[in-house]
Design a binder for this molecule. Structure first.
Ligand code: GBH
Length: 482
């Protein structure tokens, strides 16, 4: 381990990768330009503007489709090792299927890849960051197993066209968020509130689609392209409300299994976590369902999914306190994954808040999450692919710097003290963008974007200078972040 500590400064290992992240729908704009098809987020924001805080949409967003050269110039200036961004499926296949290719869209991404290559910036590419082609959403989206085939055709095309540029692929971004906010609530597209049913079917289809995309790469492309494929998983760290109460400790662990374990277990150990099977099968039976609300994997599917994560792509933002609420045989009238877990979540009043209601600054939660993942899944290589902080467009964003500093210090401690393999870190986000149901109200960028100006003016924040400095020195002051 390349660890040097002199006085108050800690140094990152020489091979540790620093980058920034964005996603297509949040930055590109050009929603119907040059042959792009409609995505379910286009459909959602156009039809249900009241579900977005400021009733906005990402029709234009940062207009990065037309301004990518300017955006890449910031990456060059920051001197990041990599840039995580996503490809828009409906920009490639306007109706979601491979019978019609939009070559203008393909050429756009090739231009981005070439520019990144020119500046020696590694692309880390998400194949899907929530912008499902709308015709496939009409077919039932992530609750329809047919999606596995459509996704397979799309990813094969991307490997063919872009694979020569890419060493790190991410199949799907945060399925947990889609399955909670999109299929168990009306907050995110597609806004199907099918609680306690959508949550599990959506996970099932995502896992099968990921595994299919993984095998296609291994079978048809790996030999020539030599890249790595992963699915991006997100989790809040779950801390027992009362650490000396065994029932609280169990409730926190149960919550981790229902959220991260729901994906990690099939990927690394095979099948759903036992506690998930026990609770959902039992409650479904007591509720009089003809079959469990948790879909069953066949043994072929279990083998097909197991072992399909070359590295562990982890997003971490915040933490919760957990306490048990009821025995799972009780409270049967309500059907939801929350009731299947039998827990409630709260926060610690000492945690500093952000301007976003869900985001508290809890840096040690990242270290705990890294350790939990390492212990559950036998020390995989972990790549942190999102971590970031919300404010209300402040240029002197010292709260963001404080947040980032704390999380990077805890990442270092996971590497140096806990001996975990963390290979890199992507800051969310390069620039302000369309923050889903928060519209443009909350900003996550280290570059501010003036969405009211004609040129969508980009201005660097204090955190940009701070990050640039960190990348250059590869050292960080961790004294205040024990
Ligand atoms: C990530 O999700 C996304 O990948 C990224 O696109 C996004 O811009 C970024 O975070 C910042 O939000 O149901 O109360 O939690 C992070 C996890 C899950 C956080 C959904 C916000 C909605 C409010 N997100 N959640 S709540």
């Amino acid at each position: 381990i390349n660890f040097v500590s002199f006085g108050r400064t800690d140094k990152f290992p020489d091979n540790f990768l620093f980058g920034v992240a964005t996603s297509a729908y949040q930055i590109e704009g050009a929603w119907n330009q040059s042959g792009k098809g409609e995505s379910m987020w286009d459909w959602f924001t156009h039809n249900f503007p009241e579900r977005i805080q400021d009733t906005s949409n990402a029709d234009i967003a940062c207009d990065s489709y037309n301004r990518y050269e300017e955006d890449v110039s910031f990456l060059k200036d920051l001197n990041v090792s990599f840039y995580r961004f996503s490809i828009s499926w409906p920009r490639i296949f306007p109706n979601g299927q491979n019978n019609r290719v939009n070559w203008e869209g393909v050429n756009y991404y090739i231009a981005v890849f070439k520019l990144l290559k020119e500046f020696n910036i590694e692309p880390v590419v998400t194949l899907y960051h929530w912008d499902l082609p709308q015709p496939l959403n009409n077919l039932g989206g992530w609750t329809n197993p047919l999606l596995v085939d459509y996704f397979a055709n799309y990813v094969r095309f991307c490997y063919e066209q872009f694979g020569q540029y890419v060493k790190y692929w991410i199949t799907l971004n945060e399925p947990q968020t889609t399955c909670i906010n999109g299929y168990s609530s009306t907050e995110f597209a597609p806004g199907y509130n099918i609680k306690g049913l959508g949550f599990y079917y959506c996970a099932y289809v995502h896992l099968l689609a990921h595994a299919r995309a993984y095998h296609i790469y291994k079978d048809e492309f790996y030999e020539t392209q030599q890249g790595k494929v992963s699915i991006d998983l997100t989790m809040r760290w779950m801390e027992p409300l009362n650490k000396s109460d065994e029932s609280h400790v169990l409730a926190a662990e149960r919550t981790l299994q229902f959220t991260m374990g729901l994906y990690g277990h099939p990927l690394y150990l095979g099948d759903w976590p036992q506690i998930v099977k026990d609770n959902v099968d039992k409650r479904s039976e007591l509720q009089g369902y003809a079959r469990s609300r948790l879909p069953k994997f066949t043994s072929e599917q279990i083998d097909f999914i197991k072992g399909t994560n070359d590295y562990f792509a982890l997003n971490y933002y915040t933490s919760n306190l957990v306490y048990p609420t009821h025995d799972i045989t009780e409270d049967l009238n309500e059907t939801s994954y929350g009731k299947d877990m039998g827990v409630s979540l709260s926060i610690d009043s000492s945690w500093p808040s952000s301007t976003s209601s869900w985001l508290y600054n809890v840096p040690y939660g990242l270290r705990s999450m890294i350790n939990w993942v390492a212990e559950q899944y036998d020390n995989p290589e972990i790549f942190i692919l999102e971590n970031g902080f919300a404010d209300l467009h402040t240029l002197d964003d010292y709260d963001r710097i404080n947040y980032l500093n704390g999380h990077l210090c805890h990442t270092l401690r996971a590497i140096n003290e806990d001996k975990r393999t963390v290979i890199g870190y992507a800051l969310w986000s390069l620039m302000d963008n369309f923050e889903w149901s928060d519209g443009y109200e909350q900003s996550f960028g280290i570059i501010a974007v003036d969405f009211s100006s004609v040129n969508l003016t980009r201005t660097v924040r204090a955190s940009y200078e701070w990050y640039k400095n960190l990348i250059e020195s590869r050292t960080i002051d961790c004294e205040d972040f024990e």
